[in-house]
Design a binder for this molecule. Structure first.
Ligand code: HEC
Ligand code: HEC
Ligand code: HEC
Length: 233
């Protein structure tokens, strides 16, 4: 009798295991599809503004600013030509937020956690309420274990004709005619990094102007002295 029952019951667990397997498969498929959709959305600049709306508004606005037109920086100050904001003209060249703000899973989890817990550094701002504390290129790179200028000078972004990443010397040679003697890309007195001058979400600054009055200040750019005024305002 007990043998019979065993035989009759034996197939039952198999069936429910199969069912469970199917349900599990469907759930996994939904997660993969939803996750892929989320990932695609996550790659778009709109995501950064939609999810972290409060601190990200100024960043989305400066990114969407039109080169050649007057605009405002992340703090709400006038910029006579949006082209001076690196994020703006890189958008025109097809770059997304995440092309410059390289990321990885652990960084994104950390960012998500600090957004949920509200533990990110902000400064009070008249126009936007709050604005994130300014980062440097080195800090952006460090967060993903890279070397500062490789965020800009790499085979996918600023590269040479043969596809190899540009070096500082290549960049200096490329811009030699434009600048002549006072070429800001020549590290004349020690180390400068791209973001010392090329500001992503505010007017760029020719730092050489701190000491050299003949340093070129292109349209929309500002002098080192004006930059310091903005930073301390
Ligand atoms: C051309 C590259 C580039 C693009 C495109 C870009 N950023 Fe940035 N971003 C930077 C750099 C470089 C910094 C570091 C500060 C600086 O140099 O201006 C920065 C700084 C930031 C910061 C830190 C706070 C601060 O003021 O330094 C936030 C937040 C930010 N960006 C968000 C965004 C968002 C959101 C987008 C897209 C809507 C975006 N960025 C597009 C390069 C870029
Ligand atoms: C000391 C200031 C300074 C530093 C540091 C600097 N730049 Fe520049 N850069 C400038 C100025 C000024 C211009 C001219 C911008 C314009 O005409 O609108 C320029 C122009 C450029 C251009 C356009 C060149 C062209 O073809 O007209 C590129 C590309 C560039 N910089 C990349 C970089 C990269 C990448 C770094 C870091 C490795 C860097 N720059 C560091 C000041 C600087
Ligand atoms: C903190 C002040 C200071 C800054 C900032 C500065 N310089 Fe200079 N620079 C000097 C001084 C002082 C001299 C002259 C003495 C010497 O040759 O060291 C000089 C000399 C030079 C010279 C050779 C002599 C000349 O006057 O023609 C060049 C070229 C030069 N600088 C380029 C630059 C460039 C490019 C930058 C920006 C990346 C820059 N400097 C930033 C102070 C500065």
């Amino acid at each position: 009798m007990s043998e019979e029952i065993k035989d009759q019951q034996a197939p039952a667990p198999k069936k429910s295991k199969k069912k469970l397997g199917i349900i599990g498969g469907v759930v996994a498929a939904v997660i993969v599809v939803a996750g892929a959709g989320f990932w695609v959305w996550h790659e778009t600049p709109g995501f950064c503004g939609a999810i972290c709306h409060t601190p990200m508004d100024p960043y989305l606005a400066t990114y969407e600013a039109e080169p050649g037109e007057a605009s405002v920086d992340k703090w709400g100050n006038e910029v006579s030509d949006a082209k001076a904001m690196t994020a703006s003209y890189h958008r025109v060249a097809g770059a997304t937020c995440l092309d410059c703000h390289e990321s990885n899973l652990s960084l994104q989890i950390a960012e998500g956690v600090s957004w949920i817990t509200g533990s990110y550094e902000v400064k009070a701002n008249e126009v936007y309420g709050v604005v994130a504390v300014e980062r440097s290129l080195d800090e952006l790179a460090e967060a993903v274990g890279k070397d500062g200028e490789t965020i800009c000078l790499n085979d996918a972004c600023h590269n040479n004709a043969d596809g190899a990443p540009m070096t500082r010397d290549d960049l200096a040679a490329l811009t030699a005619d434009e600048f002549g003697h006072r070429n800001p890309h020549v590290d004349q007195h020690g180390s400068t990094t791209c973001s010392d001058c090329h500001k992503a979400h505010r007017a760029s600054v020719n730092q050489c102007s701190a000491c050299h009055t003949d340093a070129l200040i292109p349209d929309g750019w500002i002098s080192s002295a004006d930059s310091r005024k903005l930073e301390t305002a």
